[in-house]
Ligand binder design. Structure first.
Ligand SMILES: [Zn+2]
Length: 211
């Protein structure tokens, strides 16, 4: 049985970059725009943006002819245990051993830590479900090898996280991308929660002492 976790809403850390016209955007991509209309006392907005605006999920369908799209990414890839690691320098990061069914998040602090295709394949082979970063991309400039290796192995990528106030450690990741049918990616609201495993005492045999 997969582990269950205790969730306290007061402990959630919002690691989402706010979306506004000043949100940094990938060179050449559509910047975020919000055109507001007030009519009859009601406010509505027309949103113009990229599927990769702000904090967003790259679904496997970000690669041409690869599936699933963001609408069909399994909830197991969106709500899962996560390991957040920090990097002291710009060398390629080492990776934890136990990544099966987990998310691996890189806190680069703007130091531009990038993954090679080889390291990305290692992460996929260790069974990670998702790779996240506070950078705009997991690839070095001019390369897309890490994207290809991860998405090609059905590992989702979460980019532009806001991690300045978050310490390295283990968390529960909660990632809620917009459910765009067949989408290559989508902006997401993302939270981290300290990892506390729930042990169901009602499942213990009568007379056994609580652990
Ligand atoms: Zn992206």
């Amino acid at each position: 049985m997969s582990p269950r976790f205790v969730l306290d809403p007061d402990e959630l850390l919002d690691v989402t970059v706010p979306l506004s016209s000043s949100t940094p955007c990938w060179p050449g991509d559509q910047p975020f725009e919000r055109k507001v209309t007030v009519d009859g006392g009601f406010v509505t907005s027309k949103l113009i943006m990229s599927s990769h605006s702000g904090t967003h999920l790259d679904a496997p369908a970000h690669l041409d002819d690869v599936f699933p799209g963001v609408s069909d990414v399994s909830p197991r890839q969106l709500v899962l245990p996560a390991i957040l690691v920090e990097h002291p320098d710009s060398r390629e990061p080492g990776i934890p051993e136990d990544l099966e069914g987990k998310a691996l998040l890189f806190k680069t602090g703007g130091r531009k830590v990038f993954l090679t295709g080889k390291r990305a394949r290692e992460i996929a082979e260790k069974g990670a479900y998702l790779v996240g970063t506070d950078a705009m991309t997991v690839d070095p400039p001019g390369s897309s090898n890490a994207h290809t290796a991860l998405l090609g192995a059905s590992v989702c990528i979460l980019e532009n996280l806001s991690l300045e106030k978050v310490e390295p450690g283990e968390y529960l990741l909660l990632c809620f991308p917009l459910r765009i049918t067949g989408g290559d990616g989508a902006p997401a609201r993302v939270f981290l929660h300290p990892l506390v495993e729930f042990r169901d005492s009602s499942r213990q045999k009568p007379g056994s002492s609580p652990r």
